[in-house]
Design a protein around this ligand. Sequence first.
Ligand code: NAG
Ligand code: NAG
Ligand code: NAG
Ligand code: NAG
Ligand code: NAG
Length: 603
Amino acid sequence: MKATFHGLAATGLALTLAVVPTYAQMYRTHAPGTLPGVVFAATTDSDREQGLDGFHLDFMYTLVREQLDPIISPNEQSSHMHRVFGGSNFGAAYNRDELYDSDCTSAGISADKSNYWQPQLYWIETNGQFTPIDTISRFYYFLGRVDPSIPVKPFPKGLRMLAGNPYSKAPILNNAAEFICQVKADFTNSLGLDNFNFPRDCPWGMKTAMHFPSCWDGVNLYTTDNSHMAYPVVNPPRDGGCPYTHPHKLPTIFLESTWHMSQLPQAAKKPLKGRLAWANGDTTGYGFHADFTDGWDTDVLKEVLNDPGCVNLNKSIAAQDCPVLARYMTTQDIANAKACQPARGVLLEPYGNNDSVTIPTLPGGAKGDKPTCDPAVPVQDVSNFMVKDGDYVVAAKDQMPFKLDNSSGWHDTGCFGTAVNVGVFDGNITYADTGLNPGRCQESCSKNGMPFAGLENIGPNYLCVCGKALLPLAFNVYSGCDKKCPGDASETCGGLYKIQAYYQNPQYIGIDKNAVYMGCLGHTSLSLQPTLIAKSALNVSRSDMTRERCMTTCKDNGKTGWAAVQGKHGSGLKSGTTHIASPSVGALLAAVVLTGALAVTRG
Ligand SMILES: *[C@@H]1O[C@H](CO)[C@@H](O)[C@H](O)[C@H]1NC(C)=O
Ligand SMILES: *[C@@H]1O[C@H](CO)[C@@H](O)[C@H](O)[C@H]1NC(C)=O
Ligand SMILES: *[C@@H]1O[C@H](CO)[C@@H](O)[C@H](O)[C@H]1NC(C)=O
Ligand SMILES: *[C@@H]1O[C@H](CO)[C@@H](O)[C@H](O)[C@H]1NC(C)=O
Ligand SMILES: *[C@@H]1O[C@H](CO)[C@@H](O)[C@H](O)[C@H]1NC(C)=O
């Protein structure tokens, strides 16, 4: 290893601690690129806004380079070469208990027997041969989230997941992948791209990094489409709130490798563009992907996530600075990690598995011109690398999916966060109510035929939000919906920009369950609709008008056509002049209005 690299493998523990760049050095001191055609990756900019809260493990060593993938190709040889870290019982298939029983882990926290792996990266020689590039890797566990009340939970035992997509030919969603060309020793002037084809050399290494999804559905340990996991919303890929469908926030694993281009004499000083291939043959770089199987001592991880010395510090600390983790990172633990060997031996390749040794073809036969990830060709016997596959679903008693309570009546559905462009309810009707309380909002939503009722505070206003459905990006927070209701301090009315949501099964919705929401006419368009108001058979003005009061009033007065409520422009309903229009057609209807707008409903 050249002395110029800030590496761990050869430099040793003491020195390493001194020279390993901090996250801040590597990610927060970039200046925009200066080369024409090199754009600074958007991901890197968004990094600046992401919380740094978390810890990073600098003592992570390669366990093995091997053509196995117990997630994608259980019980056979996988289609391409992987670089694997972690528990020594890695194999062609295994289950959580077996992985957890690993004698050692190449990741320097002895309580973490998880496996982490990613494709090997190759330098394409001018004669078309391939040279595997050496790397130093580490992981970060990011613990930031949009609201500190959201708990970060340990991985469910035996979780398996993927990040990235081996077939991708375009930047992967959520900016989950990062590529950084390190130009200088002090990591200034580093360049960012969304793939590895930098039009220059990267003398201080080319860094690849992958964010794993961190929101779990509470039920599945693995699904073939990875749908049991999701990225956070609001601030993906790292922080943010978890979509309500995947309500459990786990640590965000960030697997980072610095590939040592200049360790290969043939690669030194050469532009990277066109010279790199992932093990599956992908030369675009977009086919970057990574895998994780949980082998943590769950109790230890739980302790970490509840230790004020390790979380909510608003910075990324070295893992050994977290007191709980330090217990599992003794000098002996680090030495064991460095010496850790795969328990089942190594599935040897015809051309060997060594770094920096040029081979004629990619293991598995990918050509290096396109991403392939075809089903494994069982070239080699992997029977020595297998045991029983792991569970795909957690035990029934431990399942924690998001569920709506479908029994009759309104049910507390949790406190939801809101953010710019991230609402909670689809098809919502929102109005301010100075006399707001949960019962009143629920009643009004019932009468509007809406199964969801939400209470929110914005500045001086208390809002009732009725909705047809939860929006896919709606995310739970776990506290903050504790504002006292205006006029009734014994009840709570949501929180500042937080919506306390209630649900009732639509089949139990009351008198106007067949109501059809007809639209919400703006104030100006109302003046273009004189007929509606002109046909009004009854006009009532009252200071505390609500949609249900409007309907009730119409009904009580024998007007069973339309009911419309209008608020005065710029005012809430309370002070607005209201009109109720009940033409003679149809069954009773109701309408409600927002500030300065008219809503009409017909049943
Ligand atoms: C977290 O740290 C950043 C800078 O590192 C600072 O701008 C921000 O105010 C801090 N947030 C809290 C809540 O302390
Ligand atoms: C690969 O490395 C091993 C030692 O780790 C060595 O014995 C072997 O000769 C190497 N193979 C090649 C092809 O360089
Ligand atoms: C609840 O009831 C609604 C309507 O009756 C139905 O569409 C929905 O699937 C039910 N949900 C559950 C979790 O049973
Ligand atoms: C209500 O619907 C509007 C329009 O679709 C949306 O912009 C807003 O975020 C929604 N509000 C809530 C609280 O869901
Ligand atoms: C209700 O008010 C509208 C608009 O001012 C008017 O055109 C209509 O005649 C009124 N209806 C009755 C019954 O007073």
